[in-house]
Design a protein around this ligand. Structure first.
Ligand code: EPZ
Length: 432
């Protein structure tokens, strides 16, 4: 288990290149299950993340061989008889649920371990299973597994609206089930995130017939079979947003290349409202800051609203805002594990239900803090970059799930972040 030792107070300057999107690459890898044995899918710009390794491992158990050469992953369907996604893998990565749709759609059966909850919320998958059942699958729960059986699925109308809006991986699952169904499916209240669009565009490159991409109403004309494709993964908008926060909080000047400002309108606008100077081009974003921030209220919303995956990082910025900020978490009301840890660094944050009220302080101070989930960890690193003195961020394996060599890339911008192996048995305060 590693920790980061972060020397705060250093200004970030220079250029960094955003990597490919984790949340696009994972379901795109799962789409390889739709291939016939012998076909192959080439994905370019795949980030080096532990979640990607986990998905490769899972696909290996499902008869798909994943080979990596640099940032290119080639997926070859070898055996289409396996249909079980085992607990020991799914419990490591919730996104494993993305194999459910393609398994039912192409192999007409699935036995996928029910993903558990995590620190950001209960994380149900009722919309996934209901959507796939609406296409004609018989779905049941057996001993912690989702068990599905189907002859050829049949195109139907599927409604994916839940209490917190649509579902990103649920839309991806239903899409990957519907592309080989008999007839036409209408997916109403589909998620519109760029990652969902990327999956739909990949499926069309593989021979699917999907219309309405980017809208909440997707129309899928089923086809008999799909074929291989060779596509580029879109840039990671959340990683780019995290670098924006790191640059801003240190009063820096950083350009983020290989990014998609058109996927980040809400994020850019919130940074600008906070007084951060942001310039954008087609594929780059430049962030310049004097280290002073106006308080900006935020409510996380489905795309194109402010993304929940940027809530913790933006909160780190607002801990230094000149006033009171209210952050309302409308996607995962409990997604506030970072609040207590930011408090250890001197932040003044009060949680009220699904809201956090932040009273800006003049400065944060370095402290030992503990990562709890991917984006909370990013928030702590952002705060540590701004804090006076040295911080230690424990359990950075959470970060490695979604950020590709983060410390190396921050240091290239002038940060001083050291990755250190936790001494065996080192006492790390247990989050109760
Ligand atoms: C995806 O998770 C992302 N993960 C998450 O990113 C992201 O936070 C989330 O979308 C929201 O944008 C991947 O794409 C791999 P949802 P997902 O289904 O698909 C409720 C990160 O940090 N819901 O869109 O699991 C759910 O509880 C990760 O990179 C149901 O009620 O999220 C939540 O409140 C964290 N029933 C809301 O909908 C369901 O069947 C949105 O969830 C499914 C979801």
């Amino acid at each position: 288990m590693d920790k980061f030792i972060v020397e705060g107070g250093r200004t970030l300057r220079g250029t960094v290149r955003a990597k490919g999107s984790k949340n696009a690459a994972l379901p795109m890898m799962a789409a390889s299950i739709l291939l016939d044995p012998g076909d192959r899918l080439v994905l370019r710009g795949v980030p080096q993340l532990s979640d990607i390794k986990t998905m490769s491992l899972l696909l290996g158990k499902l008869g798909v061989r994943a080979d990596r050469a640099g940032e290119t992953v080639t997926l070859r369907a070898v055996d289409d008889s396996e249909v079980e996604a085992p607990y020991e893998i799914v419990r490591q990565m919730r996104a494993s649920i993305c194999v459910l749709g393609p398994l039912v759609g192409r192999r007409r059966a699935a036995r996928v371990s029910q993903p558990g909850g995590c620190v950001i919320g209960v994380r149900p998958v009722d919309l996934h299973t209901r959507g796939i059942a609406q296409l004609g699958a018989a779905i049941s729960q057996e001993h912690g597994y989702i068990v599905a059986q189907a002859r050829r699925l049949v195109g139907r109308t599927v409604y994916l609206g839940g209490a917190f809006g649509s579902t990103v991986t649920g839309t991806e699952n239903v899409l990957m089930a519907a592309v080989l169904a008999q007839g036409t499916s209408l997916i109403e209240c589909a998620a519109c995130e760029p990652e969902v669009q990327a999956v739909a565009e990949l499926l069309n490159a593989m021979g699917a017939r999907i219309q309405g991409i980017g809208s909440p109403r997707l129309i899928v004309h089923g086809v008999r079979r799909l074929h291989g494709a060779d596509v580029e993964v879109i840039p990671d908008r959340i990683e780019a947003g995290t670098f924006m926060a790191a640059a801003a909080v240190t009063g820096g000047d950083v350009r983020i290349d290989h990014s998609r400002p058109d996927h980040m309108v809400a994020v850019v606008e919130h940074f600008r409202s906070a007084g951060v100077h942001v310039e954008t081009g087609d594929d780059w974003i430049r962030v310049m800051s004097n280290g002073l921030f106006k308080p900006v209220d935020v409510a996380t919303l489905p795309y194109p609203g402010f993304p929940t995956d940027m809530q913790a990082q933006f909160m780190a910025l607002m801990t230094l805002g000149e006033g009171i900020t209210v952050i309302t978490e409308k996607i995962y009301p409990d997604r506030f594990m970072h609040v207590a840890e930011l408090g250890r660094m001197g932040a003044r944050i009060r949680k009220e239900g699904s809201c956090a009220i932040i009273e800006g302080v003049k400065s944060l101070h370095g402290a030992e803090v503990m990562a709890s989930d991917l984006r909370a960890s990013a928030s702590l690193v952002v705060a540590a970059l701004a804090a006076d003195g040295v911080s230690e961020v424990h359990r950075v394996y959470h970060l490695d799930r979604g950020y590709d060599h983060l410390e190396r890339r921050l240091n290239a911008l002038g940060a001083r972040v050291q990755r250190v192996e936790e001494k065996k048995g080192a006492l790390v305060r247990e989050a109760v």
